[in-house]
Design a protein around this ligand. Structure first.
Ligand code: DGI
Ligand code: FE
Ligand code: FE
Length: 188
């Protein structure tokens, strides 16, 4: 699919603010893909569509999770997690994206998963460090991302987990499993 066609499809689904975030993720994802040897076209497409389902009604997302055989544990956790797997489903169904690498990068962009592909790592990280993000610790992750994809990812997932824990929010198990997987496989 053409970049402009994809952007037009996404623009209809999300707010202007979220669209500006998406453009930030696209630029960052292409940079990271180039730096770390990941397919740039797939990175661009996954970035464009990553938050496609962000504003779907919760009831619609819940129904899709239940009827499409998705992980129902999601329903017990923060509904912010739902737009990632539901997005992968809707981007295929409504936008006609068939590439499973791209769909997986959308599916796992919020929780990550053990054994993430390079493309999945690039999208997770680009979502975290795009220029519009301003949370504490993001500059340190931006520095790490200049030369080490895995260390940058570990740092961003650690920040996310600590942020949730400090707010007394339950952490989805896959987020912990992703953190453990990366730490255990990147000990220096
Ligand atoms: O969609 P974005 O805002 O661009 O970013 P995102 O897809 O990473 O979603 C971030 C939101 O998801 C944020 O409100 C925190 C929440 N979140 C991320 N990981 C977890 C989580 N919430 C819970 N309960 N558990 C998680 O592991
Ligand atoms: Fe998201
Ligand atoms: Fe996002």
């Amino acid at each position: 699919m053409e970049r402009d066609k994809a952007l037009a499809l996404v623009k209809e689904q999300i707010t202007e603010h979220r669209y500006q975030h998406t453009l930030g993720v696209v630029g960052t994802a292409i940079e990271l893909a180039e730096r770390f040897g990941v397919d740039k076209h797939k990175a661009e497409m996954a970035a464009i569509f990553h938050d496609y389902a962000k504003f779907r009604p919760k009831e619609e997302m819940k129904k899709i999770i239940e009827t499409q055989g998705m992980d129902e544990r999601l329903l017990s956790y923060n509904s912010e997690l739902w737009h990632a797997p539901v997005g992968a489903y809707l981007v295929k169904k409504e936008a006609g994206v068939e590439d499973e690498d791209i769909l997986d990068a959308i599916r796992f962009h919020t929780s990550g998963r053990p054994g993430m592909t390079g493309l999945e790592k690039v999208i997770y990280l680009a979502d975290y460090i795009e220029p519009g993000r301003h949370f504490p610790g993001v500059d340190e992750v931006r520095e790490l991302a200049k030369h080490n994809l895995e260390q940058a990812l570990i740092s961003s997932i650690r920040n996310t987990i600590m942020f949730l824990v400090k707010k007394n929010q339950a952490v989805f198990p896959d987020t912990f499993h992703t953190f453990n997987d990366l730490v255990l496989n990147n000990r220096s």
